[in-house]
Design a protein around this ligand. Structure first.
Ligand SMILES: NC(=O)c1ccc[n+]([C@@H]2O[C@H](COP(=O)([O-])OP(=O)(O)OC[C@H]3O[C@@H](n4cnc5c(N)ncnc54)[C@H](OP(=O)(O)O)[C@@H]3O)[C@@H](O)[C@H]2O)c1
Length: 254
C-alpha cells in the first residue's frame, strides 16, 4: 500500500462500516475493506478511489469462518494496519429466549463474538510485532450495557464485546495500542432489515417518531477516538439519539 495510515474495517458494505470507510477516505487514509457482499465493496472502492484518491483494497470475508479470519491478511501481503474497526455484526430476530430460533443464536454469537475475536487475534498480533502506535475500535452497543426484552442473545453478544474490549485493553497495556468500545443506541442502517429478515415495514417502525443516529454519527465518534492525541485512550463512547434515554426508554412523537 502507499505510504500513509491504513484502517481495516469489517462489515464495510453498509451502515456504520460504510460510513467509517467514507470518513477515513475523506481524511486521506488507505482502506482495507471486508464484508460478505463483494459487489458492494467493489462499488464503494471505485467511488472512494475516484473521489479521494486514496488506496482502497477489498476482500470478501465472512467473519464466521475461522480459518479465513486467521489468513485473510496474507492475501494482501500482510499490510501494516494502524486502525482495526471491528464493526461486522448483526441481530437476528426479536422474541423471547424460549421462542428464539437457535440458528439465530449461532449467527449472532459466531459473528458478533467469535468473528470479532478471530479478526482481532490476527490483526493485533501484527500490531504488536510492528511496535508502532495502533488502535482497535470495537462497535459494541447500548445493548451491551443494558439488556432489553426479546433481545437476550444479541445483548449478551454485545456485553461480550464490552468485556473483550476491556480485557484486550489490559492485555496490550504495555504496547502503544489503544482499545475503544463504541456503544451506540438506535442507528438507522440495514440493521433492523436484517433483524426482521427483510421485513421493511417492521424495520421502519423501529425508528418511527424519533430521529435516530446515522452511520455518519457513529463514524464521527470513531474518528474522535482515533484522532485523539497519542497519549489519550478513549476507552468507551456511548452515544444515543436525543430522544433515547436508555436501551428501553425512547420518546416517540406522533
Ligand atoms: N444499527 C443499530 O441500531 C446499531 C446499534 C448499536 C450497535 N450496532 C452495531 O453496529 C455494527 C454495524 O451494524 P449496522 O447498524 O451498520 O448494520 P448493517 O447496515 O446491517 O451493517 C452490518 C455490516 O456487517 C456485515 N456483516 C454481517 N455479518 C457478517 C459476517 N458474517 N461476516 C462479515 N461481515 C458481516 C454486513 O456485511 P455483509 O452482509 O455484506 O457481510 C454489513 O456490512 C454491528 O456490529 C451492530 O451490532 C448497530
Amino acid at each position: 500500500m502507499a505510504a500513509g495510515k491504513t484502517v481495516l474495517i469489517t462489515g464495510a458494505s453498509s451502515g456504520i462500516g460504510e460510513a467509517c470507510a467514507r470518513l477515513f477516505a475523506r481524511e486521506g487514509w488507505n482502506l482495507l475493506l471486508t464484508a460478505r457482499r463483494g459487489e458492494r465493496l467493489e462499488a464503494l472502492t471505485h467511488e472512494l478511489v475516484e473521489r479521494f484518491g486514496v488506496e482502497v483494497r477489498w476482500q470478501v470475508l465472512d467473519v464466521r469462518e475461522k480459518d479465513a479470519c486467521f489468513h485473510f491478511l496474507q492475501a494482501w501481503g500482510n499490510p501494516p494496519v494502524d486502525v482495526l474497526i471491528n464493526n461486522a455484526g448483526l441481530a437476528r430476530g426479536l422474541s423471547k429466549l424460549v421462542d428464539n430460533d437457535p440458528e439465530d443464536w449461532d449467527s449472532m454469537i459466531d459473528t458478533n463474538v467469535k468473528g470479532l475475536l478471530w479478526v482481532t487475534r490476527t490483526v493485533v498480533r501484527g500490531m504488536i510485532e510492528r511496535g508502532l502506535p495502533a488502535h482497535v475500535v470495537n462497535i459494541g452497543s447500548i445493548a451491551g450495557i443494558q439488556a432489553y426484552p426479546n433481545g437476550a442473545v444479541y445483548c449478551a453478544s454485545k456485553a461480550a464485546v464490552r468485556f473483550l474490549s476491556d480485557g484486550l485493553r489490559m492485555d496490550v497495556v504495555e504496547h502503544p495500542i489503544r482499545v475503544t468500545n463504541i456503544q451506540p443506541g438506535l442507528v438507522e442502517t440495514e440493521f433492523s432489515v436484517v433483524r426482521f429478515s427483510g421485513d421493511e415495514s417492521k424495520a421502519k417502525a423501529v425508528y418511527q417518531g424519533i430521529v435516530p443516529l446515522s452511520g455518519d454519527d457513529v463514524a464521527d465518534a470513531v474518528w474522535y477516538a482515533v484522532s485523539a492525541p497519542g497519549h489519550v485512550q478513549v476507552a468507551e463512547i456511548t452515544l444515543l439519539a436525543t430522544h433515547q434515554a436508555s436501551a428501553t426508554v425512547v420518546h416517540r412523537k406522533g
